[in-house]
Design a protein around this ligand. Structure first.
Ligand code: ATP
Ligand code: MG
Length: 326
C-alpha cells in the first residue's frame, strides 16, 4: 500500500498576543493512494490549518508532512506541481470574464500552453459538464455552478492529489449531492489518484470516504473506515426522541441519567419540533420517557436507530458535531 500523504507529529501554533494557541497538536495521518480520505471535525478543529500546511500555504511549527513523497517545506515546489486545492464557497477568478476565459487564465497560471489549456478545458468539461455556463460571465452564474467551476479550476493542472476543503459548503441538497457524485467519479475513473477532503457533514463523509479521521481541537481522536468507526459504539443503543420545540430548554434533565452517554439536539423550525438523538449505555428508554413526561415534556415520537458516525463523534468527544450550528 503506497502512502501518498503522511504527517508525523504535525504541530501548528498561532500566537494571539502573548498567548499561544495550538491549532494542530501532534497530528499523524497516513493516506494511502487511491482513496478518498476524510477529515471530520467541528468548527475550529484544525481541518483547514492541516490542509493549508499540506498544500504549502502555511508552515508547520513542528513535525513533518509529506505529499506524494515530497516534504511540504523542503520540497514545496515539487508538492505544488502534483496537487491542487478547492475550497467550498471560494469564488476564484474575474467576475467580468466568462467561465471559459477564467479557466484559460488559470491554465496559464499553472504553466500550460494555450493549446494545452484549451484541450484540458474540453476534458474537464467532459467530466463535469460545464456546457450550460461555460460561456457565461462568472458573476452571473449560480452557487452550484460556481462550485463546479471551482472544481474544474482544481482539475486543470492534472493533479495527482486533490485537496477539497468543505467542498459542498453552502450548497443546497441537490447541488451538494451532485458535487459528491462528481468527487466520487474522479476517484473511480482514476482521474485523480487520491483525495483528501474536510467536512463537518456526517452524511457526506459516510457517503464519500474510504477512511476517516475524526479531528477535534487540533487532535486526531480516531481513524478508520466508516464501518470501523461505527463499531466503536457497538455496546451503546441509539434513540431518537421527537419533542416540541417549546419543551427543549428543559431537556437538560437527561443529564441526570447515568445511562445517557450523550445527546444532540436538532431543531426543525418548520415543524416546530426538535429531535434529540441519544446514546444509551443500557436499555433505559422506558424510564427516561417516563421522566420526560413527568417534567411535562411531551414526547411525540421515539425511534431506535442505527449507529452513525455522528454517534461515534458524540461518544468520543462528548458533544455533537453540529452543536455549534444550533
Ligand atoms: N491565521 C490564524 N491566526 C490565528 N489563529 C488561527 C489562524 N488560522 C486558524 N486559526 C485558529 O486555529 C483553529 C483552527 O482553525 P481551522 O480553520 O483550521 O479550523 P477548521 O477545522 O477548518 O474549522 P471550520 O470547520 O470552521 O472551517 C481555530 O481556533 C482558528 O481560530
Ligand atoms: Mg475550515
Amino acid at each position: 500500500m503506497l502512502i501518498t500523504i503522511e504527517t508525523r507529529d504535525l504541530v501548528r501554533i498561532f500566537k494571539h498576543g502573548d498567548k499561544e494557541f495550538r491549532a494542530l497538536d501532534k497530528v499523524s495521518i497516513q493516506v494511502p493512494e487511491g482513496v478518498i480520505y476524510g477529515l471530520l471535525g467541528p468548527n475550529g478543529a484544525g481541518k483547514t490549518t492541516l490542509i493549508r500546511i499540506l498544500t504549502t500555504l502555511l508552515l508547520p511549527s513542528d513535525g513533518d508532512a509529506y505529499v506524494g513523497g515530497y516534504h511540504v517545506v523542503r520540497d514545496a515546489n515539487k508538492v505544488r506541481k502534483i496537487i491542487n486545492l478547492v475550497s467550498g464557497g471560494e469564488r476564484p477568478g474575474y467576475g467580468i470574464l466568462t467561465v471559459r476565459e477564467n479557466l484559460m487564465y488559470y491554465g496559464q497560471v499553472y504553466g500550460l500552453s494555450w493549446g494545452e489549456t484549451k484541450r484540458r478545458i474540453e476534458e474537464v468539461n467532459e467530466l463535469l459538464h460545464l456546457d450550460e455556463f461555460l460561456d457565461k460571465r462568472l458573476n452571473s452564474i449560480s452557487t452550484g455552478m460556481m462550485q463546479k467551476y471551482a472544481l474544474a479550476r482544481g482539475l486543470l493542472n492534472h493533479p495527482q492529489i486533490l485537496f477539497l476543503d468543505e467542498p459542498t459548503l453552502g450548497l443546497d441538497v441537490q447541488n451538494a449531492r451532485h458535487i459528491r457524485r462528481v468527487i466520487k467519479h474522479l476517484i473511480e475513473d482514476k482521474e485523480i489518484r487520491t483525495i483528501l477532503l474536510t467536512s463537518h457533514y456526517m452524511a457526506e463523509v459516510e457517503e464519500l470516504c474510504d477512511i476517516v479521521s475524526i479531528i477535534d481541537r487540533g487532535r486526531i481522536i480516531a481513524t478508520g473506515s466508516p464501518d470501523e468507526l461505527r463499531k466503536m459504539v457497538k455496546d451503546e443503543i441509539i434513540y431518537n426522541i421527537d419533542v416540541r420545540l417549546s419543551d427543549i430548554d428543559r431537556i437538560r434533565i437527561l443529564r441526570r441519567f447515568r445511562t445517557v452517554v450523550g445527546y444532540t439536539i436538532k431543531t426543525r423550525q418548520l415543524t416546530g419540533e426538535a429531535r434529540i438523538r441519544m446514546i444509551l449505555s443500557g436499555e433505559d428508554i422506558a424510564r427516561i420517557i417516563r421522566t420526560l413526561e413527568e417534567e411535562n415534556i411531551h414526547v411525540l415520537r421515539v425511534t431506535r436507530d442505527e449507529v452513525s458516525l455522528e454517534d461515534v463523534f458524540l461518544r468520543l468527544v462528548g458533544r455533537g458535531l453540529e452543536d455549534e450550528y444550533e
